[in-house]
Design a protein around this ligand. Structure first.
Ligand SMILES: [Zn+2]
Length: 429
């Protein structure tokens, strides 16, 4: 056969191999070229400032944690273009933005959100109480129009002297996280420690839910959150899981009697505070660094977890890595792998979809080769694990129902798995 023919066959093979891959991030296919390199890359910090026009009396500011606006250009009277760029390139299209806007007089302002090398993605959330509460723009007097060709979004805002906050998702930076954490630590069985520090020196919190138990052996569930800064719905789902597991309910008490939880709810605090699209302050996608462990955040978390390998009375049962994307997805480990508990994710997913028949939750198994948190958990502990993706577009109420139901069924199924594995004390002899 000719050489050309071999090249042709190879081409066809690659074409088929590629078309079989899923569109999300369990493999490299979702990444821009070079996304798998996790040594430090330079990032370009945005200029932090309040800027505006004295002619129009209009002001725009990115002077708060989580904000992102790289430039402001006056196009016309009361018409501005906001240039939004990521922390570095290449990067996938998680086009985060966040700013405050106000005007000396009441007026209508046109704002174009322009992403020079990307496209508009997130439907704006609006706050008029300094970021305390948020509403989707569709529930407000303001409007948005997105041009599908250019990827530019045009906002029409009614402004006045009061600050209007506009953000790609509800703002949840280290400030809000600390408040939330303090609340949870009111529970006597919740302990906090610092697993390590981020590139810019922010603490990586480890929260342990560890209720006293008379059982000689307990299971451990690991939770990871917010590796990707814009994925706030997934992160909030993670916080709700921890609240529900810590609640004063019979189910939660039964669960805590059998399991400890080790949670890292905010793994990328630099990214969250700097309004990053995806990376940490080392310019790297943390959820591609679970083999090389080049970044301080992934090293801190894995170093904190490794001692579990030497604790005979603590067995890791499961890992959940919370993310969000365009829809609800479970990414389980493929069924040809023998996980412990065996294929837990599949039975959890099935029970959840039965409990919420009107909510679509896809189940997309993936192989265990990619350097992501789920696979590190499986390869290190042999336990089952999932990448738990929550839809970007859920309302607060939908997210509450989804997270609450998922957490409740998770606890029920985990209790079952524990009881099937560990013989009750009375039957030991
Ligand atoms: Zn993600």
């Amino acid at each position: 056969m000719s050489r050309t023919y071999y090249v042709f066959l190879l081409f066809i093979f690659l074409l088929i191999a590629n078309s079989c891959k899923s569109t999300e991030f369990s493999g490299f296919d979702y990444d821009p070229e070079g996304g798998e390199v996790t040594t430090d890359r330079e990032i370009t910090p945005q200029k932090v400032r309040s800027i505006g026009s004295t002619v129009d009396g209009v002001w725009i500011s990115n002077e708060f944690p989580g904000a992102r606006v790289n430039d402001v250009i006056r196009v016309d009277e009361n018409h501005y273009r906001l240039v939004i760029d990521p922390e570095n390139h290449p990067i996938n299209n998680s086009a985060w933005y966040g700013f405050k806007i106000w005007s000396d007089e009441r007026k209508t302002i046109t704002l174009e959100l322009q992403y020079p090398e990307s496209r508009h993605r997130y439907s704006p959330q609006i706050s008029t109480d300094n970021g305390e509460s948020w509403k989707n723009i569709s529930e407000t007097e303001h409007t948005i129009n997105t041009d599908s060709d250019s990827g530019i979004a045009t906002l029409t805002l009614s402004t006045g002297p009061e600050r209007i906050w506009v953000s790609a998702q509800e703002l949840h930076t280290t400030r809000q996280y600390s408040q939330w954490e303090k609340e949870l630590m009111q529970k006597p069985f919740v302990q906090k420690s610092v697993a390590g520090y981020s590139h810019q020196g922010r603490p990586i919190s480890l929260l342990k839910i560890a209720q006293r138990s008379l059982r000689p052996e307990k299971g451990v569930v690991i939770m990871y959150g917010r590796q990707h800064p814009p994925e706030v719905p997934g992160y909030i789902a993670g916080l709700r899981f921890l609240e529900i597991i810590s609640a004063d309910t019979p189910l939660a008490k039964e669960f805590r009697d059998r399991f400890d939880v080790w949670a890292f709810p905010l793994m990328n605090p630099d990214g969250a505070d700097n309004g990053h699209w995806r990376h940490n302050a080392g310019g790297v996608d943390l959820n591609r660094d679970w083999q090389a462990l080049n970044q301080p955040e992934t090293r801190a978390v894995t170093d904190a977890l490794k001692p579990l390998l030497n604790r005979p009375n603590r067995t890791v049962y499961y890992g959940i890595d919370f993310h969000s994307t365009s829809s609800n997805i479970f990414y389980p480990i493929e069924k040809d792998e023998d996980t412990f508990p065996l294929h837990f994710t599949y039975s959890w997913h099935e029970a959840l979809t039965e409990a919420l028949p009107n909510v679509e939750v896809r189940n997309l198994p993936y192989d265990t080769t990619s350097p992501i948190a789920k696979n590190w958990t499986f390869h290190t502990f042999g336990s089952d694990a999932v990448t738990f993706e929550v839809s970007d577009d859920m309302t607060g109420e939908e997210l509450e129902t989804y997270a609450t139901t998922a957490a409740k069924i998770f606890m029920e199924k985990m209790i079952e798995a524990y009881d099937n594995n560990v013989a009750p004390a009375a039957q030991l002899d």
